[in-house]
Write a protein that binds this ligand. Structure first.
Ligand code: C5P
Length: 468
């Protein structure tokens, strides 16, 4: 019997395996064995003809019992590239994905790339003899638990609202009984256009679900506004919510999770405040990942420029004291994660009116006092202490040593330590390099996106709660 060395696999695959293993509470080796067993069983069930090009696809028959299937319609917009990541995210969650590309989508992504990630043939034509014989649009519309349109362009939304069936994507949308989820993406002016808003109102009235669009920079230089497609992780969270995925895909099902995120603003007077550079991206990503894992999530957010994560209860605050009060109101919870960059000090002599600059007079003196430590006060509670209290240690030097001492002084169970020196690009950026500090020692995580950090943290939390 051949032996397989996991060490020889490429880094990306190893990371995926580690995440999968942690999520399923198995060792990496056990996970590999499980995958091989499944693949071998699938191979047995596969008729020999299926391997011939153009032969009917037997995928439906070989999906493991309970596997949910999503039919992903990719529309023609620049955001189509994110749909490839969406396929990966859905597959990571054990969801089978079948893809349709519209003609316009093929200008942005190829059937080959989508098919390679989905692991299934991609469909493009309404009148494809092989396609009709294999899985025609009616079968495709029926053989799915959810239809997702991402990016949902203005054109696709208009056709859906009008009940058109002029190509494979729209014919399937008209023929399906399954719930439809749209992730709109278009130029802000197209989104704001009365016709689009009319179509939007119509599809919502028809029972279609929506995720996004978000606000921010557009692909066109200098354009900002509402119209960015929701991020793949947000869409995956929305999909999981709509599918009501089972416990295997929802390792935090039934758990209550509290997360703080973003900076706090401490007023100097009604128009000025003390703040910091925290973007809230990491905390918000954790909230989205925990919600996608089935948790009942309350996100307490300081002022940030981010969309509210899907399926999360959000409490918006400004100051550290408001954040503490909000956190105490959310108790009891199973897990509390403190990702907010809380201002250490607040101004005791804040002006009730705007402090005026007076020529030739001394600059105003600000008197500061320490803010309450939210993490420490929740971690050291005698009653209603969460089972798992997790803090962050954003350091610019001696990262691990400072994090270790913080674990003790704050009384928390885990610290996610990260280097936030200017050179690291972590503050405001999309990537993060974490060292997980626990009483048992330090576990360095690979450099990765903040979304991947969030997924890895959720997998670790799920594994830890299983033990408790
Ligand atoms: O003390 P320091 O700010 O480095 O600690 C970082 C950790 O403590 C983070 O998890 C942060 O959310 C939390 N913290 C808090 N309340 C404060 C200060 C920090 O919850 N006032």
């Amino acid at each position: 019997m051949a032996s397989l060395t996991v060490r020889q696999l490429d880094e990306a695959l190893k990371k995926q395996l580690r995440l999968r293993a942690a999520r399923n509470g198995r060792s990496v080796e056990d996970e590999v064995r499980t995958i091989l067993r499944g693949a071998a069983a699938e191979g047995d069930a596969q008729p020999a003809a299926a391997s011939k090009p153009g032969a009917p696809s037997p995928r439906r028959a070989t999906l493991a019992a309970g596997t949910k299937r999503v039919l992903l319609i990719v529309g023609g917009g620049i955001a189509a590239y994110k749909s490839l990541d969406l396929i990966r995210r859905l597959k990571e969650r054990g969801i089978a994905v079948r893809c349709i590309l519209t003609k316009a989508a093929e200008h942005f992504v190829t059937p080959l790339s989508a098919g390679a990630i989905a692991g299934e043939r991609v469909f493009t034509d309404l009148f494809n003899p092989a396609g009709e014989f294999d899985v025609g649009h009616i079968r495709m519309a029926r053989e799915t638990d959810l239809v997702v349109v991402a990016p949902a362009t203005a054109d696709l939304m208009a056709k859906l609202a009008g009940g058109l069936a002029s190509d494979l994507a729209t014919a399937v949308l008209l023929a399906t009984d399954a719930k439809i989820l749209l992730a709109p993406a278009m130029n802000p002016r197209m989104w704001a256009n009365k016709a689009t808003q009319r179509n939007l109102a119509q599809v919502i009235a028809d029972g279609v679900a929506l995720v996004g669009p978000n606000s921010g920079e557009m692909a066109e230089a200098g354009e900002r506004g509402t119209g960015r497609m929701a991020e793949p992780l947000e869409i995956a969270a929305a999909v999981e919510k709509l599918l009501g995925a089972g416990k295997a895909a929802q390792p935090l099902h039934g758990k209550r999770v509290l997360i703080t995120s973003g900076p706090t603003h401490e007023p100097i007077d009604p128009v000025r405040y003390i703040a910091n550079r925290s973007s809230g991206k990491q905390g918000h990503a954790i909230a989205a990942a925990a919600a996608a894992a089935g948790a009942d999530v309350t996100l307490i957010s300081g002022p940030v420029n981010l969309p509210d994560p899907f399926g999360v209860t959000i409490v918006k605050v400004e100051t550290a004291r408001e954040m503490l009060q909000a956190a105490e109101c959310v108790l009891p919870v199973d897990v509390a994660i403190f990702a907010a960059a809380v201002a250490d000090w607040r101004v005791t002599n804040a002006g009730a009116q705007k402090i005026k600059k007076k020529l030739g007079q001394a600059t105003p003196g600000l008197s500061l006092t320490e803010n309450p430590d939210i993490l420490a006060s929740i971690a050291k509670r005698k009653s209603q202490r969460p089972k798992l209290v997790i803090g962050f240690a954003a350091e610019t030097e001696n990262v691990a040593a400072n994090a270790k001492s913080k674990l003790v002084t704050k009384g928390c169970d885990w610290i996610l330590a990260n280097d936030v020196s200017a050179a690291s690009g972590v503050m405001g950026g999309d990537r993060n390099t974490i060292q997980l500090v626990t009483a048992k020692g330090i576990e360095p995580w690979p450099p990765q996106t903040k979304d991947d950090v969030a997924a890895m943290l959720v997998a670790h939390i799920a594994a830890e709660l299983e033990k408790k």
